[in-house]
Design a protein around this ligand. Structure first.
Ligand SMILES: Cc1ncc(COP(=O)(O)O)c(C=O)c1O
Length: 418
């Protein structure tokens, strides 16, 4: 059994939770199953690590018990145990006091985004999204018959930042909701307090409900801090629905469990009047147990993962700088995504499909996050040093091969040797 990190979190993580490529290739998950075996996947938001011991213990417990009745924990329904664990987690991680009574359990956060849009707006109402954005946000607006309004984060030369003048131009009297993704997928921004304060002023001035998707809140790198939007100032809570789960930070999206936190009891009542709580169903008890275990007892694993990921972030930056300096990216402040601009390569086709075809590397295509943006890809660096090295090599080699007549004759495609 792995012990604790004893002040060496990245080494502890590397010693205990890395998996060989052969094992990863056997994973029955979207990341590893979607593409053919000669493709190296560095796309969808799954991490290539073994589970936190606290979560493995839950799965073992479930395997051993001969029971699967309606789940009760501490003489109470399991979803209340989840809500109480959420409150312990927000207090400990963000110094944010939350009332378990203001929490509803959901299966997943995309579901929660749809539900919040449907409960707090009418068909035809405007929903404002900051682009580039997590693709299901587009679906959530489109499929609920709401009106999509977008405002792009701008590259200010140092980072992606919020263009407040543009936001003001986009909003109109029919805008009801702002979806805030913080930390931001795909740019990796962890918005600073002053940025969130201005966004809060904006939401208040236009009387917007804010859906704050904070699923990446735990994956913030040293030197940055995640500030829950609802915790910024007391006046914001009544207009903020916060979505969170352990599914990204502990890599358990398959266990289907998350929470919606309503800033006030009134806001929750407004929601349940439109969307009765029982109509949501409940997450599975295994998902609840795993999430409670992650929040209560996953600290060492998470600390290790954060440090190990910080090293992979550095590896990505250093390798690209050395081997493909035309690729531009900012060092993400949070998340395990590199949002890479490949404009300087002047590729003959969209960057994602070029990488797939010429590098044998599956990345997320930039155009799924923002239409008409520059040619970009999102690379998921939550893997081992060795696999990340192979991914970056594939990218750089493909580019150099495609640019050198001699090399391209000698190197017909990606290496299949893993
Ligand atoms: C911003 C954001 N929200 C939601 C999700 C998905 O959450 P779930 O699997 O709980 O629907 C992701 C997954 O990567 C994400 O990046």
């Amino acid at each position: 059994m792995p012990g604790t990190h004893l002040g060496r979190p990245a080494a502890y993580f590397a010693e205990n939770f890395l998996l060989p490529l052969t094992t990863l290739r056997e994973r029955q998950t979207m990341k590893w199953q979607f593409y053919a075996p000669d493709i190296l996947p560095a796309w969808v938001a799954e991490m290539d690590y073994a589970l936190a011991p606290a979560i493995s213990d839950v799965l073992v417990w479930w395997g051993q018990r001969q029971e699967a009745g309606y789940p009760y924990r501490q003489r109470d329904r399991a979803e209340f145990a989840l809500a109480r664990a959420f409150s312990r987690y927000t207090r400990r991680a963000f110094d944010w006091e939350t009332d378990p009574a203001d929490v509803l359990a959901v299966n997943e956060l995309v579901q929660a985004t749809f539900l919040a849009i449907m409960a707090f707006s009418e068909p035809g109402d405007g929903v404002l999204i900051q682009t580039p954005c997590y693709p299901p946000f587009y679906e959530a607006v489109r499929d609920t018959g709401r009106r999509l309004q977008t405002s792009a984060l701008v590259d200010d030369g140092d980072r992606f930042s919020i263009d407040f003048e543009h936001l003001e131009r986009q909003v109109d009297p029919g805008t009801r909701i702002l979806i805030l993704c913080n930390p931001h997928n795909p740019t990796g921004r962890a918005f600073r307090r002053d940025e969130l304060e201005r966004l809060a002023d904006f939401a208040e001035a236009h009387d917007l409900l804010v859906i704050a998707d904070e699923i990446h809140a735990d994956l913030v790198y040293p030197g940055q801090r995640h500030i829950p939007f609802a915790s910024l100032r007391p006046g914001l809570a009544p207009r903020t629905v916060t979505l969170n789960s352990a599914s990204k930070s502990f890599n358990i999206p398959g266990l289907r469990c998350g929470v919606m936190h309503f800033g006030t009891a009134e806001l929750k009542t407004r929601f349940t009047r439109r969307q009765p709580a029982r109509s949501l169903g409940y997450p599975s008890a295994i998902g609840i147990d795993a999430t409670v275990a992650a929040w209560d007892s996953g600290g060492d694993w998470l600390e290790g993962a954060r440090h190990y990921l910080a090293d992979r972030r550095a590896q990505t930056l250093t390798t690209l700088r050395a081997r493909l300096p035309q690729a531009r990216m900012y060092s993400p402040e949070a998340t395990y995504f590199a949002w890479i601009d490949l404009s300087a390569l002047a590729l003959p086709e969209p960057a994602g499909s070029w990488c797939l075809r010429h590098a044998g590397l599956a990345l997320n295509a930039g155009e799924t996050f923002i239409a008409k943006g520059e040619p970009r890809v999102r690379l998921n660096f939550a893997t081992s040093q060795a696999v990340l090295g192979q991914a970056l090599d594939r990218l750089a080699n493909a580019w150099h091969a495609s640019n050198s007549p001699v090399l391209s004759a000698a190197a017909p495609g990606p290496s299949h040797g893993e």
